[in-house]
Design a protein. Structure first.
Length: 335
């Protein structure tokens, strides 16, 4: 059995009329699609969600904004934090992965399919390793802003390698974001080379996030959410463990409080953050999605001020605001 089941959108009755069979459905980029393999889930486009999507979106943004704060509270090595975050997330999703038939489909898939998912997991592993390490050197505000430049990287790669032409609006957004990041870097330069090194690590994390998004673009169109993220998280966790062994990073044992913190990082920003966010995208329009993507840098900066007493400099505030405007412009232009 081939692991990747094509997802199709079925239009009948003209524009604006979409009919869905008794199959599992998925949402990609704000558009509703349907998987070609039969399930026991009945998709009803008129079905009212059990939980308000806008409220779910707010909850997810707050949850994902806690990641930087929780990471700062840990005394473990950055590689260990990343590895345990992905490992615990995998174990949490594993029962749903097995129940949905994702495990059987994965085991019977081709080597190429498994290798593709593994490659995406490698990109995700390097994203978390570099970004979490950056929090040891630079401020939370600078780190979360630099790591969210992935839309710009995706636009550049898509233009030169994938044939997706970059329009003037995207170019304008890239230019604005470049000015903003330059202002942040200029201000951080006065804080020492270590801070700039942290900014660079966060930027690398953003680039790796862009690679993760690009590599997973095709897979996200062919797999439901759990069938996609569970093996990717698992592969990523394995890579991070190997990375820890190679670099000599301490992977444990830790005190019980550290493992509780690892579990909190997996549950709050990963499950209630990223997973709930993906659920909310089913019901929310693309413009709202674009704005919400900017919520994490803002939320993380506020939480860092409240719980860590870490207040951003004027350079970070001004540069961060300009950078977010640029990223927002890129996101809107790509819709």
């Amino acid at each position: 059995m081939h692991f990747f089941h094509k997802i199709k959108k079925i239009n009948r009755g003209g524009k604006g009329s979409t009919e869905y069979n008794n199959n599992e459905y998925a949402y990609i980029g704000g558009r509703r699609f349907i998987a070609s393999y039969p399930t026991n889930i009945e998709a009803d486009v008129t079905e009212k969600p059990a939980f308000p999507p806008n409220l779910a979106l707010i909850v997810s943004i707050i949850a994902v904004s806690t990641a930087s704060i929780l990471i700062r509270m840990s005394n473990a090595s950055p590689i260990a934090i990343a590895a345990y975050r992905l490992a615990f997330s995998t174990f949490i999703l594993l029962p749903f992965f097995i129940h949905s038939g994702g495990l059987n489909r994965f085991l019977t898939s081709s080597f190429k399919d498994k290798a593709t998912l593994a490659g995406v997991g490698v990109a995700l592993a390097f994203h978390f390793a570099s970004w979490i390490t950056s929090l040891e050197y630079t401020t939370v505000a600078s780190s979360v802003i630099f790591v969210h430049v992935d839309p710009i990287f995706v636009a550049v790669v898509s233009h030169f390698l994938l044939g997706d032409r970059v329009d003037r609006g995207t170019l304008l957004g890239m230019f604005i974001a470049f000015i903003g990041t330059a202002i942040i870097a200029w201000g951080d330069a006065g804080m020492g080379e270590a801070t700039l090194y942290g900014d660079l690590l966060a930027l690398i994390g953003g680039i790796m996030l862009g690679i993760y998004i690009l590599a997973g673009r095709k897979l996200r169109k062919e797999l439901d959410l759990v069938s996609y993220v569970t093996p990717v998280y698992a592969f990523s966790a394995v890579v991070l463990v190997l990375m820890g062994v190679v670099t000599g990073s301490s992977m444990g044992p830790y005190q019980t409080s550290e493992y509780i913190l690892f579990l909190a990082i997996a549950i709050v920003p990963m499950i209630f953050g990223h997973t709930v966010y993906n659920w909310a995208l089913r019901y929310i329009s693309a413009p709202v999605v674009s704005v919400s993507l900017l919520g994490e840098p803002v939320g993380a900066t506020i939480l860092a001020a409240l719980f860590l007493g870490e207040y951003p400099s004027m350079y970070t505030l001004v540069g961060g605001f300009i950078t977010l405007i640029g990223i927002y412009q890129c996101l809107r232009s790509s819709e």
